[in-house]
Each structure stands twice: as structure tokens, then as C-alpha cells.
Ligand binder design. Structure first.
Ligand code: ADP
Length: 448
């Protein structure tokens, strides 16, 4: 096992990773930008290195500066967290070249799964059902139209290198296609540096259900059950839970078996997630694979009692998985909400500023993962996630009840937050009944 880990991230996830390292007695190195001099993640770590100015390109996204920080601090391994460089196969490769252990899968697995059409091809070859669509990126609007005609409208255009819900466009009919294709190509080019897009059938009001998988270097691959992440806004998750409610046992088994088969087929090592859409008829389709720790990993930890970060460290050090499929026993239910600094009155635009007051709940079954404290400055430069609130219960009703109570006692002043929307969602009858789908927020289910 390595002794010193550099955490190449900020905010709540950097703090979570520091805790995971501590659990194994490892020394931690934080990195930070000039905007984050006083950030909690810097204080948590044993040692901290300034990367550079606030813009992520010059700090958290600078491979060169992060490698230099690792060198000067004596780190032997790097944990990328989520976002930033976590899904950059070039970064994984650069770490290896610099003699550092990258805590995650192989550069090859990251590259293959980061190219969505290739991920779809590889999963289809492993027998995993995929959303019907074009096997390759489409060259122009005319070929997009041919594919769409074959699939039937509506369709959705997606960036081949996409992520974060960016650059997706629903197309209702053939006459909208040329315009949507031009926009999607342009957006994909500016967001991901590649204008390639492909076409998928658009599913009406599907559920988003994903499966946590974990592989080690001995060839073992297990799953850690499913998570429901259907409550989304602009294709970004707001509420996540495990297990997925009201899921037919046959579908649940199908999903976990497909996820393990898919991960096995690509020789996957470390923590990963296969995302699926589930339609009203019970059909399920592979959407994409995230080759990193997810934001929502705590709900899985809460129901399994396992420490996923500690397991990532062990696997990266070449140890076998610290659990087997038989010993992973899910118990009860857990729900997570993401609290962002966004202004609900201004179409959820980021709401930067200083947090002048912060009172966060604790109590039975409540877990908090926060990147901020009172006095923290929420910068325009980074993701606006402030903290995650996670509630566990003997069953789903108890977990939601605890979560709702905890949400009521949260106080955040100085910036606007998504708290009011989250309170509405957790009180909503359909949510409480576990009747959720990915288009609820956009369809206005939680207005008023
Ligand atoms: P990203 O990588 O940008 O997050 P995903 O492919 O994971 O994009 O999709 C994100 C979300 O977009 C899904 O959870 C779902 O809500 C919606 N979505 C994606 N593909 C489809 C589809 N074919 N039909 C309907 N909704 C979709």
C-alpha cells in the first residue's frame, strides 16, 4: 500500500477522500487554487499545495501542476474524485508515466467508456441492451435524418464525448433535425473539443437507474446494487436513492447482471457505474458508464455499510476487493439530496457569494457531506454543489421522513440554494410513493 495520497479535487468530495485515506492510515495532500486558500478541504489534509489561479484550467485541470504538486509533496498515488480530471485518460496515463498510482480504472477503460458510441458498441457486444440508435457518430444532418427516420421520432442528439447533460437535444420531428444538428455540433465542439454527435431514440419519461460495480486486479467484478437517480433538472441529478423503489425483481436482477457482464467484458478495475434508462414497459437500456466514484456513492455506502473510497485505495494498491458478492448485503434504504448554490427564482442560475450563515442538521440516520463552512466563498469558477444531505432508514419511508425533517432545519444564508425545491420534492406524494421519472421536474410536477 502507498503511504501518501494526493487528492486532485476540491469541495465535499476532496474532504470525503481525505476521510477514506485516514481510515487506512494514509497521509493526504490537498491541492488548491488561489480562490480556495481558506477552503475546508485544504485544512483537512495533512499537507496542501497551491496549484495556481482560480480558473480550473490553471489549477484543478492542470495536469502539469498536479503532477508537480505530487512530486514536491512525495505523493505516490492520486485520487481524482469526480469531475475535473477524473475521466481524463490522458491524465491517468500521465500519472502512470510519472510513476504515480492513479486511483481508478485503466486509461484504456476510461478512454473507451468516455467515447459514448464506442461504449455502446462494447456493451452491446457484451450482451448489454443499449438505447436504440446510431452505432457511430453521424457525419451530417442528412445521415442523422436517415438514422432518425429508421428509429422513429422523437430522437435525441448527443455529443459523442459528452457528459454533465451538456449538448443533448431532443428532436420531435424531421423538420427540426437540421437546425438541432447544427446547434448540437457547435455545442459539443465548444464544450468537449469534438463536434461529433450521434442519435438515440428518445424514451418518454423513463427512469434513470444505475448499478454500482467494482472490479479488482485479480479479475473479480461485483455489483453493489442499484440507485434510482430519476429526479433531475436539465439532465443533472438532484435526488438519488438506493435501492430504486418499486422496481420489479426481474428488472433489478437483469440490471445488475448486465452491469457485471459489461464491466467484466472490458476488464474493469476499481469503482464504476453503469447507467440505464428503464421504460414504462420494463425494458432497460444501457446509457453510459462513469469510470469514477459518483457524487451519489454515499447512498450505496449507507445501505451496504461499506467504505467505497477505502475499497478504491485497496484495489489501486493491488489488493483484492475487501468484499465478495455474497457478503454485500443491502439493508434498509438511503436517500441523498444535492444542495447547490443556485437561484430558483432566476431559473437556477448559479448564485455565487459568501455564506454568511450555515446551520446543518445531524441526528439519527443523517449524514452530511459538505464542502463549505460558514464564511466560505462560493466561486463562479467551480461547480455550485455546496453539500449533500443523506438519510438512512430501516425502510424508504423512514429515510425520507428523516431527510425531510433534516431539510427543514437546514439554514443557508448569503447565497440562494436549491433547498426550497428539495423540500417540495421530498414532501411530494408521487415521490413518497416512489413514482418517479426523469422528466418530472421539467414537466412541472414540483411547482407550487
Ligand atoms: P450525460 O453523460 O451528459 O450525463 P446521459 O447519456 O448520461 O448524459 O444522460 C443524462 C440524462 O439525460 C438521463 O439520465 C436521462 O434523463 C436523459 N436522457 C439521456 N438519453 C435519453 C434518451 N435516449 N431518452 C430519454 N432521456 C434521455
Amino acid at each position: 500500500m502507498f503511504r501518501t495520497v494526493l487528492v486532485a479535487n476540491r469541495g465535499e468530495i476532496a474532504r470525503r477522500i481525505v476521510r477514506g485515506c485516514r481510515a487506512l492510515g494514509l497521509r493526504t495532500v490537498a491541492v488548491y487554487s488561489e480562490a480556495d486558500r481558506d477552503a475546508p478541504h485544504v485544512k483537512d489534509a495533512d499537507h496542501a499545495v497551491l496549484l495556481g489561479p482560480a480558473p480550473a484550467r490553471e489549477s484543478y485541470l492542470s495536469v502539469e501542476r498536479i503532477l508537480a504538486a505530487a512530486r514536491e509533496s512525495g505523493a505516490e498515488a492520486v485520487h481524482p474524485g469526480y469531475g475535473f480530471l477524473s475521466e481524463s485518460w490522458r491524465f491517468a496515463e500521465a500519472c502512470a508515466r510519472a510513476g504515480l498510482t492513479f486511483i481508478g480504472p485503466s486509461a484504456e477503460a476510461i478512454r473507451a467508456m468516455g467515447d459514448k458510441p464506442e461504449a455502446r458498441r462494447r456493451m452491446a457486444a457484451a450482451g448489454v441492451p443499449i438505447v436504440p440508435g446510431s452505432p457511430e457518430p453521424v457525419a451530417d444532418a442528412a445521415s442523422a435524418e436517415r438514422v432518425a427516420g429508421g428509429l422513429g421520432y422523437p430522437v435525441i442528439l448527443k455529443a459523442a464525448a459528452g457528459g454533465g447533460g451538456i449538448g443533448m437535444a431532443k428532436v420531435a420531428s424531421a423538420d427540426e433535425l437540421a437546425g438541432a444538428f447544427a446547434t448540437a455540433t457547435r455545442r459539443a465542439q465548444s464544450a468537449f473539443g469534438s463536434g461529433q454527435v450521434y442519435v438515440e431514440r428518445y424514451l418518454e419519461a423513463p427512469r434513470h437507474v444505475e448499478v454500482q460495480v467494482f472490479g479488482d486486479t485479480k479479475g473479480t467484478v461485483v455489483h453493489l446494487h442499484d440507485r434510482e437517480c430519476s429526479i433531475q433538472r436539465r439532465h443533472q441529478k438532484l435526488v438519488e436513492e438506493s435501492p430504486a423503489p418499486n422496481l420489479d425483481a426481474r428488472i433489478r436482477r437483469g440490471l445488475t447482471e448486465a452491469a457485471v457482464a459489461g464491466a467484466r467484458a472490458i476488464g474493469y478495475v476499481n469503482a464504476g457505474t453503469l447507467e440505464f434508462l428503464v421504460d414504462a414497459q420494463g425494458g432497460f437500456y444501457f446509457l453510459e458508464m462513469n469510470t469514477r466514484l459518483q457524487v451519489e456513492h454515499p447512498v450505496t455506502e449507507e445501505i451496504t455499510g461499506l467504505d467505497l473510497v477505502a475499497a478504491q485505495l485497496r484495489v489501486a494498491a493491488g489488493e483484492p476487493l475487501p468484499f465478495t458478492q455474497e457478503t454485500i448485503e443491502p439493508r434498509g434504504a438511503a436517500v441523498e439530496v444535492r444542495v447547490y448554490a443556485e437561484d430558483p427564482a432566476r431559473n437556477f442560475l448559479p448564485s455565487p457569494g459568501t455564506i454568511t450563515r450555515l446551520a446543518l442538521p445531524g441526528g439519527e440516520g443523517i449524514r452530511l457531506e459538505s464542502g463549505v463552512v460558514e464564511g466560505s466563498v462560493v466561486s463562479v469558477h467551480y461547480d455550485a454543489l455546496l453539500f449533500k444531505l443523506i438519510a438512512r432508514g430501516a425502510d424508504r419511508a423512514q429515510a425520507i421522513e428523516r431527510l425531510a425533517r433534516a431539510l427543514d432545519t437546514c439554514v443557508v444564508e448569503g447565497v440562494k440554494t436549491t433547498l426550497p425545491l428539495l423540500r417540495t420534492i421530498t414532501a411530494h406524494a408521487d415521490f413518497r410513493r416512489g413514482r418517479v421519472h426523469t422528466q418530472m421536474v421539467e414537466q412541472g410536477a414540483f411547482h407550487g
